[in-house]
Design a protein around this ligand. Structure first.
Ligand code: COA
Ligand code: AMP
Length: 637
């Protein structure tokens, strides 16, 4: 029997122009599009060409003009500083217009890039919206990245201006952002014309005369700026994400298609009404922060929580419940790792009983697979639907989900449920043929991708095609493996490339290997992701030393751990490595990372037929046992 989900999904694929053309009517357009979908340059597809819009107008001004200026837009909650700040739509509009004016005063205009390197705070949201107001393209860089990573992004995006803050506030320490920014600008070839620095009371930064401006002073001197008309196909932002090399990919999202997808998904995927309070407990530096802390809730006219804290330790494992109760949160979106952290500290859920959560309807989890234990624990404790959903920085909104606003299906643990309308998800085998039901293969999406997804990579059309479109012609390669069962539920099993997922953060082991390989004593190396109870996966390095090196291996390990922290950042959570005599390889020289991972996790593995010398696997097992891994029953089968 057909239901609202089936009808929507079927129509979105059979008549994408009709489906998304109607969805687009929910937004404000200065000029209607010429076509809903332009496929004339396939595989480069464009949504709503000819349309003129402004994302900031739709996220802010539109609500004020509709008489909802007094409704709260943002609630900033910072448990470490004991601060709660409420900003309504009218105030948000004033701040954003002023910020846009400040940027315009610094020569920023439509199409110019602005890098935002800030912690989670309202000013970061205001900065993003201020760029959107001017038609400038923002690129937010996560604060846990080290200066060389920030420098790479500055060189690729070539911003006119960088917006930053003096410091970020973590549970146990204050992170000085300004020295990291100064170092990154030193390392970068491209130099911004100006940096505007928000001085936070906890730590004031030294400003460099002639380049740095004080945020407060610059805002006070600025003239508010109105919304600038942009093409629907103009980029709204670039968000860098890990690729298979040290060079991150600049994922682009445009204005028109993104507006439509954000609005549509709030109602239909998340089941949220305008005026409700939505909370994405993420960081502005990640895709979840962009889409569901900033753009989607505001475009939909909701109140969004801006949380500068952690699920545990700020101050305790009850913080999430305190915020839900105090601010009337209807739905929370976070990563499973956050729930594993809470469960570890409060397995009985005692903190939950201290709060009245009756307005709380749904918990959404993404960023990594939700393990069935965590799912069941969260369901038992919260007594609301717990919805795993699958998406990527590249899509900006869910590919597979249980669409709460259309037709909720029974949850199957381990599956994010069914393809979201707009996404034609298939499983292909090694011969690129459709895999049988229930059989694992490459998860791909038939082109065109729906609105809001990446039209290309920044300044890298060729890399876009090579990375996503070339291997399976006519399809977008998600680089995840999985299967679809007889009921149409999709199961996502893990990446097919060298990306690992650490606490919901996407990291490239290839990038870490580049760092290890640059150590003067290292001849060869490999990095794999090993299972971790809290973070899902953790990186682990293997080092083969150059002939003649006879320093204590422990010293070299300490050095490479420090190097990864200094070059990639604390977010990599690279804390262990081991020295081995050699690496297992196929006869053609390919390192058997998958087999090493299985040995480390204590899983059974098949002895690869092409391995040059199976005895190496015993050496690897021994080295791993020496650092506390490979303790399970794993054996060659
Ligand atoms: N700026 C600077 N440094 C940061 C940072 C930021 N914005 N965010 C994290 N870091 C640092 C941390 O201080 C930590 O440094 P350390 O090695 O000195 O301890 C390191 O980066 C790793 O951070 P994190 O992965 O957050 O680990 P954690 O041990 O501090 O916390 C969790 C573990 C599970 C509580 C945490 O990962 C979490 O809350 N996850 C929620 C999920 C999430 O945000 N997912 C994103 C996509 S939805
Ligand atoms: P990011 O681009 O950081 O959002 O990371 C995207 C990757 O995270 C995906 O390609 C998956 O490997 C993984 N991922 C995200 N959500 C899920 C999920 N619900 N289930 C399984 N894997 C997920």
């Amino acid at each position: 029997m057909s239901n609202a989900y089936d009808a929507a999904h079927r129509r979105s694929l059979a008549d994408p122009e009709g489906f998304w053309g109607e969805a687009a009517l929910d937004l404000h357009w200065y000029r209607r599009w010429d076509r809903v979908l332009d496929a004339s340059r396939a595989p480069f597809y464009r949504w709503f060409p000819g349309g003129m819009v402004n994302t900031c107008y739709n996220a802010v001004d539109r609500h004020v003009e509709a008489g909802r200026g007094e409704q709260l837009a943002l609630i900033y909650d910072s448990p470490v500083t004991n601060t709660i700040r409420r900003i309504n739509y009218r105030e948000l509009k004033d701040e954003v217009a002023r910020l846009a004016g400040m940027l315009a005063g610094l020569g920023v205009g439509r199409g110019d890039r602005v890098v935002i390197y800030m912690p989670v705070m309202p000013e970061a949201v205001i900065a993003m919206l201020g760029c959107a107001r001017l038609g400038a393209i923002h690129s937010v860089v996560f604060g846990g990245f080290a200066p060389p990573e920030l420098a790479t992004r500055i060189d690729d995006a070539m911003p006119k201006v960088i917006l930053s803050a003096s410091c970020g506030i973590e549970a146990q320490r204050t992170i000085s952002y300004k020295p990291l920014l100064d170092r990154a600008i030193e390392l970068a070839r491209h130099k911004p014309a100006a940096c505007v620095i928000l001085q936070r009371p906890r730590e004031r930064a030294a400003l460099i005369p002639g380049r740095d401006l004080d945020w407060g002073e610059a805002m006070a001197a600025a003239t508010p700026h109105d919304c600038v008309l942009v093409e629907a196909t103009d980029p709204l932002y670039i968000l860098y994400t890990s690729g298979t090399t040290g060079q991150p990919k600049g994922v682009v999202h445009d204005n028109g298609g993104h507006l439509v997808a954000m609005r549509w998904s709030m109602r239909n995927v998340y089941g949220i009404q305008p005026g409700e309070v939505f909370w994405a407990a993420s960081d502005v530096g990640w895709a979840v922060g962009h889409s569901y802390m900033v753009y989607a809730p505001l475009i939909h006219g909701c109140t969004s929580i801006v949380f500068e804290g952690k699920p545990v330790g700020t101050p305790d494992a009850g913080t999430f419940w305190r915020i839900i109760a105090q601010h009337g949160v209807a739905a929370l979106f976070t990563a499973p790792t956050a729930f594993r952290a809470i469960k570890r500290e409060d397995p009985e859920g005692k903190f939950i009983r201290n709060y009245d959560l009756k307005g709380f309807r749904t918990l959404f989890l993404a960023g990594e697979r939700t393990d069935p234990d965590t799912l069941r624990w969260a369901e038992r404790q919260l007594k609301v639907p717990v919805i795993d959903h699958w998406w990527q920085t590249e899509t900006a909104w869910p590919i597979v989900a249980n669409c709460m606003g259309l037709h909720p299906f029974p949850v199957k643990p381990g599956s994010p449920t069914k393809p979201v309308p707009g996404y034609d998800v298939r499983v292909l085998d090694e011969a690129h043929e459709p895999a049988p039901t229930g059989k694992v293969g490459a998860l791909v999406i038939k082109l065109p991708l729906p609105p809001g997804t990446l039209p290309t990579l920044w300044n890298a059309d060729r890399r876009y095609v090579e990375s996503y479109l070339e291997e399976f012609p006519g399809f977008y390669k998600t680089a995840d493996a999985g299967y679809i069962d007889a009921d149409g539920y999709v199961f996502v099993m893990g990446r097919t490339d060298d990306i690992i997922n650490v606490a919901g953060h996407r990291l490239s082991t290839g990038a870490m290997e580049e760092v290890l390989a640059s150590h003067p004593d290292v001849a060869e190396c490999a990095v794999i992701g090993v299972e971790d109870e809290l973070k899902g996966q953790l990186p682990l390095g293997f080092l083969v030393l150059k002939a003649g090196v006879n320093r204590p291996p422990g010293e070299i390990v300490v050095e490479v751990v420090r190097m990864v922290r200094e070059r990639i950042g604390p977010v990599a959570a690279f804390k262990s490595a081991t020295v081995v005599p050699r690496l297992p390889k196929t006869r053609s020289g390919k390192i058997l990372r998958g087999t090493m991972q299985k040995i480390a996790d204590g899983q059974d593995f098949r002895l690869p037929a092409t391995i040059d010398d199976p005895a190496i696997l015993d050496e690897i097992g021994e080295a791993l046992r020496g650092i506390g891994y490979a303790r399970g029953k794993g054996a060659a089968g």
